[in-house]
Design a protein around this ligand. Sequence first.
Ligand code: SF4
Length: 334
Amino acid sequence: MPDPQPAATVPCAIGSPLNPAQARANELLRSPGDARPSFGAALADRVRAHLEDVVAPAAAALEAAAAKPMYIGKYALGSVHGCEARHLALEGQPFQLSAPVVAGTVAHRAIQYSQHWDRPPVPADLVDGALERLVAEQDRNGLWFATASSTERAEVRGAAVDRVTKFLECFPPLRRSWLPVLESPLRAELGGGRIVLSGRVDLVLGRTVGLVAGKAFIDFKTGSRFPGHVDDLRFYALLETLRLGVPPFRLASYYLDQGDIVSEDVSEAVLEAAAARAADGVVKVVELRLAEREPTRRAGPSCRRCPLVDGCDEARRDPDATDDDEDGPRRAVP
Ligand code: SF4
């Protein structure tokens, strides 16, 4: 890997002045000096009891069908609450890698490296380092990249460098004392392990002390705001509550292209809404997977990327079906 060129280094050394975007992120995500909220000791048990109650018939149906444990994440919940027919159609399709998808993975890895790099971080070096490791590990993204065309490889590098650069520009340098964790996995089992809820938070800052919430959960996005982004973060807060007994105090979507943050403070009402949505989604996913009923159709912006759009009467009747896709490129880095 080439030596870093000082002129291309993103200025993010700890102790250097924050630019306005970094200062805004620092204020919103950390709120230094503000008191943190406490949550009741019985909160997690109450939320879990509600979830278990609602999903019990679904878990029983999975057991009766001798089905494998069902993993459900934010994408499944988002799609099943949209159009069920599309959800089912996409579920049956093999996942396909592409330059934008690989760029997202590479950028995630590169940003992780940026937090432990032993030199001033240069985005292109971080991206090259991430690509080298992904290829060496025979990761599916690395294998795709190794056999991609020069054009595709250039697209991956360009998009990943852009995202890493924006992250380093927009965020205050992550101090160790903030306990930053990138790509933090979360998981909760329901129905005796037959249903597994899982997710991965892009960035976690802070820590929980006793019953006092002290964490901020941050997801990074490219593209425009979309209401489902709030639901994704609430789902993570739910998983954290089930795991630890205390939720994060704040949830934030960071829109890198705009340097814009949308945040929400977590309350019991927020968690109850998240639990109700997750439980309802689990029931729907299981019913559809086990073919217990026909899927409903709901036309909207997501029709644009639906494999069933040709010949779908609902899509033809809805003018929104040709608007921008709500499932467009929405998840970015890290
Ligand atoms: S085209 Fe639209 S309404 Fe029809 S199945 Fe697809 S998402 Fe649903």
